[in-house]
Design a protein around this ligand. Sequence first.
Ligand code: PBG
Length: 326
Amino acid sequence: MQSFIRHRRLRASENIRRMVREHHIRAEDLIYPIFVVEGQGIKAEVPSMPGVYHFSLDRLNEEVEEVVELGIRSVILFGVPAEKDECGSQADHEHGIVQKAIRQVKEKFPSLYVIADTCLCQYTSHGHCGVVENGEVLNDPSLERLVATAVSQARAGADMIAPSNMMDGFVHAIRRGLDEAGYAHVPILSYAVKYASAFYGPFRDAAHSTPQFGDRRTYQMDPANAREAMREAASDVAEGADMLMVKPGLAYLDVIHRVKERFDLPVVAYNVSGEYSMVKAAAQNGWIDEEKVVMEILVGFKRAGADLILTYHAKDVARWLKGGDH
Ligand code: PBG
């Protein structure tokens, strides 16, 4: 008579392990972030993010070509403008850095899916994601600026708008703005659940978007809260979001899971800069096996419920996938 269960039967060989594998990473699950800057001849590594670069427009195509050749289908573009001011006037400028980049990429690589990050923090002198008055980040006046930014990005040819600002009502405002401007077909990937996280540190170096006073805790969420995340996601669904993002990813796998269970929209995990840099630093010291650790992290996102993963590791992962051992 059988006295215990033999789980190891299904782990005995590579064949059977592959046959019973529940989750997989595919190149088409990945969204690759790219930073674009003004200037000429620039391909400058971000010191806190080894392997991630700032590109000026004349160097951008070589990077995008590599991404396309690796089988990655989507990029998200972050603009780092040369000039900032109080209201972030470069954010919605027809010839702003990100608008120029979108136009250039869509012209040269029409089949690549180009997502635009819609926020003001890279563009404002105070580094906050909205309009500031008397030291306060104002909600409703920020919406107007964000709508103008989203519409200018759609006009430049963005396939999808990804607002990351965490103002209340941003999905509603941007959906209406896009519809009225003739972009009803452009979907919104909402950074629905975005925490006030210390894991964004390296990104803020890369995007020059550190707040000059205070922090983002009056608009980004408290890391201790998961039920509140359901309210954030529910309002974005009601306001017309097409996909929901949870950010950061690693410390919030429970939130990814809950969003996936509760809502029927595709869920995106943002594997943020700090998560990337920790892995890179440890790998560079020889303390971890980078490929194995990254694949384990990404499959963890899929297991938690992510349909897509926005990650700075995307090019590496696409390369490893071509190696065929996953
Ligand atoms: C802009 C924005 C941030 C990130 C993406 N969009 C920074 C922030 O909110 O401070 C962070 C991404 C990362 O850390 O990789 N609002």
